[in-house]
Structure formats: C-alpha cells, structure tokens
Design a protein around this ligand. Structure first.
Ligand code: Q46
Ligand code: ZN
Ligand code: ZN
Length: 304
C-alpha cells in the first residue's frame, strides 16, 4: 500500500476520503484540514488570543499543537477536576506536553472554589457527575478567557463527539441544543467569549493517529465517570454505520450545519433573547441565577 502523494509506504487509509497516506502526508493533510476549517467558518485570525481548554487527552492537545504550529497565538487552560488518579495523571500529561512543546499553560483547581472535587460534589448534590462537571467546566473556561483578555475559546471536540451529540439531539428532537450545535458559537453577551471547535471535522481515529505520529503523549485512561455514558454507545453505533458506508459521519454533520440548522433558528433566537446576566456573578444565563452559582450555593449549604 503506497502513499497517494509519494513513494513511501502508506501508514493510514482514510476511507472517508478514499486516501492512503504516509506519515508525513497524513499529518500535513490534518493540519491543512484544520486550517481550512478555521478559514471557511471564520473561527479566528492571527490577531486573536486563543485560550484552548486542555484535558490531557489527544484531541485538546492536538488542537493546541496544531494551532500553535499554524502560527496562532494560543495558551492552554487545564482544569483540575479533582477526580482522583484520573485528574492526577491527566494533569501530568498536560504539563509534560506543554513543557515538551514550549506552550504556555494555566492550571485551575476547582477544589479552590468548592473545597471538593467533581465526584464529591455530585454525591453531595445527588446529581450525575457529568452534568455537574459540564456546567463547571464551561463556566470556568469562559470566565478565565474573559477575565484574562482572550478573544476566543477553543475546545478539542472532534467529529465523533459532534456527530454523537447531533445524533442524540435528533433522537429526542432537542430543538434548543440543535439550534446551538455548530463549529462556531458567536459572542452573544458581554461576558461570553466566542467558542470554536477547530477539530470538528477530524475524526477520533484521525486524531489518535496524528497524536501518535507527532509523539504527543496523551492520557489513554478514561475518566471513571464516563463509564456507561450514552455518548459512547452512540459512537459505537455510528462507527458501525461508518464501517458499512464510509463518510456518513462527515456528511451527516456537514449537511446539518449547511442545511439542517436553519430550521432551528426560532429556537436559537428565543434562547438568545432569554440570555441575561446572572444576579449573583453577572455571567450569562437564561435563569435568574446561573447553574454554576446554584451549584456553588448548594455545596456551601450542604457542606456546612
Ligand atoms: S471529565 Fe467530567 Fe467528562 Fe469525567 S465527569 Fe463526566 S464530563 S466523563 S468529558
Ligand atoms: Zn507521502
Ligand atoms: Zn452566576
């Protein structure tokens, strides 16, 4: 099996594009695809200061690595969620990566705000860990970006993440979520930083291969709270479909962005109109008090 562009042996076969590529041509294919996504969807420019949320996983490390390589101004934010060994190991990977590639990193420990980690907070509030975690991560990423003068917040969501979310939202016709699913979420409130997903068109498999070829050492261990997650179940189903019909995932996602999303404009407008400042912290919310402040208040009450 030879590379499509040179005489070297191919190391990967991309069925979605009907391409076989050597290591060098594969990594430049991924970088060009990310650059194209940035330009086509106008995610940001070289003048922006970009904060990348890094978890120690392959996708977020690849995101900051590629953006940096393409010449964008980036810094990483690692949020220590206080989830036992998983947090300890993922933090070590994130720090080792930024030292190896000389990329600035900030560390934020949620224990400083709550006195507890995600697992303990979720037990105390009797809520699912991922729902508490999602609220806290989103809030801290946005707040840190806003307070430190970043103009863009980038996350490492890949195509498989995006398609699994889209699939799940379609199955239950979550109009509000469908309206907001995109590669770019614009700034709709003074204290809301623009959010982007530069790896949204790169599959999980492509992302893993890129990290290995670039010797990016990432955490392989899953968060213990991810066990049994519906998103994993949906990803498996979508992979089975992709196996039989290559490029289905990419088509499903891009067709939604190009043609499907417009049907949810009303839901988008309703949400934007409902967005105002939280009574406690001033950050955007559709409630009187935002979910983050509600969690914080409950934790303080219950932990006494
Ligand atoms: S870190 Fe947090 Fe994930 Fe762990 S608790 Fe759930 S949401 S699974 S990406
Ligand atoms: Zn080649
Ligand atoms: Zn608040």
């Amino acid at each position: 099996m030879k590379c499509k562009f040179c005489d070297k042996p191919a190391v990967i076969k991309l069925r979605a594009y009907n391409l076989k590529l050597c290591g060098e041509h594969f990594t430049s294919f991924i970088e060009q695809r990310v650059e194209k996504t940035i330009k086509k969807y106008r995610l940001f420019t070289k003048n922006d200061r970009i904060l990348v949320g890094i978890s120690g996983g392959k996708d977020s490390l690849n995101t900051i690595y590629i953006l940096n390589k393409l010449g964008y101004k980036t810094e990483g934010l690692y949020i220590d969620l206080g989830i036992g060994d998983y947090s300890k190991h993922s933090k070590e990977k994130a720090i080792a990566f930024t030292e190896k590639f000389d990329i600035p990193i900030h560390i934020y420990e949620i224990k400083k705000d709550f006195g507890l980690g995600i697992t303990e907070i979720s037990m105390l509030l009797r809520r699912k860990p991922c729902s508490v975690c999602g609220v806290i991560k989103r809030y801290i990423l946005n707040k840190f970006a806003y307070e430190n003068g970043f103009t863009v917040l980038a996350t490492g969501h890949n195509l498989d993440d995006e398609v699994a979310t889209l699939f799940s939202n379609v199955l239950s016709w979550q109009e509000g979520y469908l309206a907001r699913q995109d590669i770019l979420l614009p700034r709709k409130h003074d204290k809301l930083v623009k959010k982007v997903k530069p790896l949204a068109l790169i599959s999980e498999k492509e992302s893993a291969a890129y990290a290995i070829l670039k010797q990016i050492d990432y955490i392989r261990e899953e968060c213990p709270n991810a066990k049994g997650a519906t998103s994993i179940f949906y990803k498996n189903i979508l992979n089975q479909i992709e196996e039989k019909q290559p490029s289905t995932k990419l088509r499903f996602y891009l067709d939604f962005i190009r043609r499907g999303k417009k049907f949810f404009e009303k839901a988008l407008k309703e949400r934007e109109d409902a967005l105002h400042s939280c009574k406690v912290c001033g950050y955007p919310t559709t409630r009187e008090v935002c979910q983050y402040c509600t969690i914080k208040n409950e934790v303080q009450k219950r932990s006494g």
